[in-house]
Design a protein around this ligand. Structure first.
Ligand SMILES: [Fe+2]
Length: 199
C-alpha cells in the first residue's frame, strides 16, 4: 500500500488555509495539529540541511514565511546538551519534535502576567519540566504560556519544527537576561539562517 506524500508544501498550504479561516489562536493551534502530525509521520520529512547545527551551535533555519505575515515555519537544531535559555514568545506556536529528547521547562511570571514587555523583570517561576521524545507536539499559548526554556537532554541532536505566528521580523520574542533579570528583545530574524526551503 502506498501513502500519499504530504510534503512541506502541502503542510504550508494546509496551515495557510487554517490561518485564513480563523484569527483565533487556540483554534489555529488545534486545527494545525493534525496536519503537522501527518507531515511528521513520514520518514525523514526534512532535508538534512535543515536538521544541521550552524558551525556546531544551536540555531534555527527558515523554511517558509507567509506572504500575508500570519505565520512562518522554522526548524530548530540544538546539539546535545545545548539550551535556549529562558525566553518568551508573544504569539502562538505549534512545535513538533523530530529528533532527540526535548527538555522543555515552562515558566510563569508573577509580574503583570498578561502584559509582557521589553525592559520588564523576568523573575520566573518554573511551572513544569517536560521531556518529549520525537513525535511529540507542543504549543506556545501566550501570554500565560509563553515563557519557556528548551534543552537537548539526550545524546542526540535535537531537531524540531516550529510553526509560529507572525514573521521572523514581527514574531514577539524576548530573552531573559540572566545577569540583569530583565527582558530584552530577541528578534527571530537574528538567530536563523535565511535560505528558505520554500521561497
Ligand atoms: Fe522558544
Amino acid at each position: 500500500m502506498t501513502t500519499a506524500t504530504f510534503d512541506m508544501q502541502a503542510l504550508v498550504d494546509a496551515v495557510t488555509r487554517v490561518v485564513r479561516a480563523t484569527k483565533d489562536d487556540g483554534l489555529r493551534c488545534d486545527q494545525i495539529t493534525p496536519f503537522l502530525r501527518r507531515w511528521m509521520d513520514q520518514p525523514d520529512p526534512l532535508p538534512e540541511k535543515y536538521t544541521t547545527p550552524c558551525d556546531g551551535k544551536a540555531c534555527g533555519h527558515l523554511i517558509y514565511t507567509d506572504p500575508a505575515g500570519e505565520f512562518f515555519v522554522i526548524s530548530v537544531v540544538f546539539p546535545s546538551g545545548t539550551s535556549s535559555g529562558a525566553h518568551y514568545h508573544g504569539q502562538w506556536g505549534v512545535i513538533g519534535i523530530l529528533a532527540g529528547t526535548d527538555e522543555e521547562t515552562k515558566y510563569s511570571r508573577d509580574t503583570s502576567p498578561e502584559d509582557v514587555q521589553v525592559g520588564q523583570d523576568c523573575e520566573l517561576t518554573a511551572v513544569e519540566k517536560i521531556y518529549s521524545p520525537p513525535g511529540t507536539i507542543t504549543y506556545l499559548r501566550p501570554p500565560l504560556e509563553g515563557f519557556h526554556r528548551v534543552r537537548a537532554a539526550g545524546a542526540e541532536t535535537g531537531v524540531s519544527l516550529h510553526i509560529l505566528g507572525g514573521t521572523p521580523d514581527t514574531h514577539i520574542h524576548f530573552f531573559c537576561n540572566g545577569d540583569t533579570k530583565q527582558l530584552v528583545d530577541f528578534p527571530m530574524s537574528g538567530i536563523i539562517t535565511h535560505d528558505p526551503m520554500i521561497g
